[in-house]
Each structure stands twice: as C-alpha cells, then as structure tokens.
Design a protein around this ligand. Structure first.
Ligand code: CS2
Length: 477
C-alpha cells in the first residue's frame, strides 16, 4: 500500500442529519447514500446519514479517520469513474454504546431510519413472516432495555419517541426480501407487543414502513481495490466501494406525515405498490444470481462474470429466464421482462465486476424461498417444468454439504450452516440427503417439499454422477 499518499478527507461542511442507517455496509454506501448525496447537491436539505454498525467496528474504524467520506468507484465496460460520497456524516458501533444509539434515533431531527441488515437481520421466520421469539438476540432484547437486534433498536427508539411526544420515524428497509416493508412492520409490532401492547398500537397507527426494491451490484471490496483506487485518485481511501453503473430504487410513497426527500428528482421511482417490481427483481436477478452462485461455484467459476462467459452457463441463465421465471411473473407497469433479462445478462457479463459466486452463495437458507422457491411453487401449480431451478436447489444442497467436487471443504456461511451440514452428513444416499434437507421447514413449505422431492433427488444424483457443469449442459440437450 502506498502509505505516503495523503488520506482522503472531507473538504466542505458535513450536511445536516435526517437519517439513521442501520447496518452500514458496502451496499448502502454504493446505493442509498449516493442518491442522498446527489439529492443534497441538487436541492440541499438535511438528508445526511449517521451509519450504525450493529456488530463490527471495522467500517467505523476505516471511515471516521477520513471524515466518513469515501470513494464509490463505478466499474463500467469503458472505464472507471470515481466519485467521493459525502452524505454519510458519522458512523457509530451499536454494541459499544446502545443507549447513545437509542438517543440518536429518538432525536426529532431524524425523519427516516433506513436499514440494510441482510435477510437474517429481521429475526423473522421466513415461512410465516412473524418475529422469531426463540432467536437469541430477540430473547436478549425482551429481557434488557438496551437491544442487540435491528427490531430491538427500532422498537426501543420508537418507545422513546412516543414517551417524548414525538412522531415515529419512517422505517425504510432496503433489504432483498419480498414485502420488505411488511416484514419489518411485522417484526417491529411483534416485538413491541411483547414489551408494551400500547406501544404496539401506537406504532401500528402512526408508523410507516414503505416497501422498496433496491438494485445495484456491489461486490465486496477487496484489498486490491483499495490499491486501484489509490492509483487512480492519488489519495488513500481505506473504505472505497465498487459498483456497476446500473442502479434502481423503487419506493412506496408512504412516509410519516408525508415527510421525505424528493428522491424522485434523482431517479428513484416513487410508486403506490412495489410488489411487481420486487418480484421481478428478486426472482429474475437474485434468483439467477443464486442459481449461478451454487452451480457456478461447484463448476469452479469464481465470479458471476466468469460463469456467464462459459457458454454452458450463459445458455442456462437465458433458459431460466425465458422458460421458468418470466412465465410466472406479471411485469411491472412499463417494464418488458424480456428486455429486463437482456439488460441483466449484460450486467452479469461486465468483466469489471468481480462478484464472487462464494459471496452470493452466503446465507442461502434465508435467500432461497423468495428467490427460487416462490417461482417453483407457482410453476408446480401451473404444471410448468422447472428443471433449471430444481438443479439450482440440488446445487445448494450439495454446497451446504460442505465439500466441493474435488473433495475440498467449502466455507459455508449461513446461520443454519451447522444444522444443514449435520442433516446432510447423517444421510447416506442422495435421496436421503435431499429428503433430510427438504425437512427444514423454515426454508421449505411441506407441500412444496413433497412436490419437488423426487425431482430434486434426481438432480442431486446428476450433480454427483456428472458434476455441475455437465449437469447444467445436460439441461440444454
Ligand atoms: C446478490 C445481491 O449477494 C447476493 O445475494 O444476489 O447482493 C445482488 O447483487 C443485489 O441484490 C443486486 O441488486
């Protein structure tokens, strides 16, 4: 690292703060924070954000010494465009001082709490959408005033605002969950009801939880990216983010007192109902991302771009869209799903984006239902064959078994990793492994599990006998 370079720092005054963001990771810094920065550049307003890390101090330790500004590097096919993002004003680490986070969120200047806490951060049961009262962090938050979980912070801060006679903040979730607004509303109300039923009634009456669809491909920043940003800009930035040129943000226009920044002026789409956009994106983008991640990883492809550069996988993903996913979707107003699939393919193929299959493979137990299983459910009831999606489910099962095709261990990151591994190890045959994994009812609804069991078992057997790449190739013939 060229240590003699000057460190990036903030040059102008920091904006006023109207937003607290829970779970400050690369995605929000390369997406929402850029919309807010552009908005303030265009028309002012106090829409700066204080980021809160719910676990690790890493982001704070990198960002605070450089005034919380950072480089967002756009990686297009024709070059790289650095942009210094100034809308994040401070970063706090929640476990170091939870009381200070509650006070911050209860401050009347805070109008919106945005969240990217990943699928598992909502502590809900994916099959019912209800708060998982057995979740250890929720158990903690029920017994203690100072919380650990995202729902805990939201509820305790709303409680404080109610006591102070303030309005709630709008809760704007930016995670890839179906009905994400409804999910966050449900977990907040469930937790509030356990703590104080009157608080739950007040939140139900006054709170707002607009659903959103967020989209931008943001691979994790690698050490070599930091060096590349230095070489390009002449300064040292220890917390850059890498992103593709494309971005999309569709937001339900439902804010407390109608108070919101004019995000439409910087390209967000404000709509009454986000459902069709959300289904399109979760199933067409995230669904094929996960399918390419498990099958591509097993076939030895490091990134999505590498996978779709392989003709076997490019045919596979195109067939998934046209034969299995699009037929089960209703296009959002003004969108052509075929055109959307073509633009997705071009985004995947962008060689400048090194988005690792291993990164996308993470947390599959939390991702499969909305990305792949929802389409499978609809295809089974319509009598439509889904050989590619079934193979993707089998590949996930192979992957969580923990050994790749060359016999090397896979580092499986998933909240259910240990349990999945035990289930897989305890079963001797492909059929038995598939049956054991399909019994995990947080992931698979029993009816679907029964419907897909034989087909997934055959697909799993093909993966074992022929390997992932050949199994994918066999689908086309
Ligand atoms: C990816 C997403 O890591 C993953 O699971 O599928 O992060 C994806 O890149 C974004 O949702 C794109 O908007």
């Amino acid at each position: 690292m060229p240590a003699e370079l000057p460190r990036l720092s903030r040059t102008g005054p920091a904006p006023g703060v109207g937003i607290v963001h829970l779970g400050l990771g690369a995605f929000f810094r390369a997406h929402g924070a850029i919309y807010f920065a552009e908005l303030m550049k265009q028309s002012g307003g106090d829409w700066g954000a204080i980021g809160v890390s719910l676990k690790s101090p890493k982001t704070r330790d990198m960002l605070v010494p450089q005034g919380c500004v950072y480089t967002a590097l756009e990686l297009g096919r024709n070059g790289q465009i650095p942009n210094v993002v100034t809308s994040v004003v401070d970063v706090r680490v929640a476990p170091e001082d939870p009381a200070a986070i509650i006070s911050l969120m209860a401050n009347p200047s805070i109008k919106i709490v945005t969240l990217t806490v990943t699928e598992k951060g909502y502590c809900h049961e994916p099959s019912t959408g209800k708060l998982d009262l057995k979740h250890p962090d929720i158990g903690h938050d029920l017994r203690h005033e100072w919380p650990r979980s995202a729902p805990g912070y939201l509820v305790r801060a709303l409680q404080r605002r109610r006591e102070a006679g303030l309005q709630p903040f709008t809760i704007l979730t930016c995670d890839n969950l179906p009905h994400n607004g409804r999910v966050v509303r449900q977990v907040v109300l469930d937790l509030a009801r356990e703590i104080d039923p009157d608080l739950a009634d007040w939140i139900a009456a006054n709170g707002r939880f607009p659903a959103t669809m967020v989209d931008r491909i943001v691979p994790a920043t690698k050490p070599e990216d930091i060096a590349a940003v230095s070489a390009l800009t002449g300064y040292l930035d220890l917390a850059p983010v890498m992103h593709e040129p494309f971005r999309q943000w569709v937001i339900e226009d439902d804010f407390v007192d109608g108070t919101r920044p004019d995000l439409g002026a910087v390209g967000a789409q404000m709509v009454d109902d986000v459902t069709a956009f959300e289904h399109m994106k979760l199933r067409m983008l995230n669904g094929t991302h996960s399918a390419l991640a498990y099958l591509g990883y097993l076939a030895g492809h490091e990134t999505i771009a590498d996978a779709v550069a392989d003709p076997v996988f490019s045919q596979f993903v195109k067939d998934l869209w046209s034969a299995e996913i699009i037929p089960a979707l209703t296009p959002p107003p003004g969108e052509s799903l075929t055109a959307y699939s073509e633009s997705l393919f071009a985004r995947y193929a962008n060689p400048a984006i090194r988005h690792r299959t291993w990164q996308i493979a993470m947390d599959g137990s939390q991702k499969l239902p909305q990305r792949i299983l929802s389409t499978l459910t609809e295809n089974y009831s319509a009598g439509r064959p889904s050989p590619g999606l079934l193979l993707a489910v089998a590949a996930w099962m192979r992957y969580v078994g923990g050994t790749d095709e060359t016999g090397r261990p896979i580092e499986v990151k998933d909240p259910l990793a240990e349990r999945l591994r035990r289930l897989s190890d305890a079963a001797a045959t492909p059929q038995a492994k598939v049956a054991a994994l399909l019994s995990v009812s947080e992931i698979f609804e029993p009816k679907l599990a029964q419907q897909i069991q034989n087909d997934v078992a055959q697909a799993y057997q093909r993966l074992v006998t022929s390997g992932a790449r050949t199994a994918v190739q066999m689908l086309a013939s």
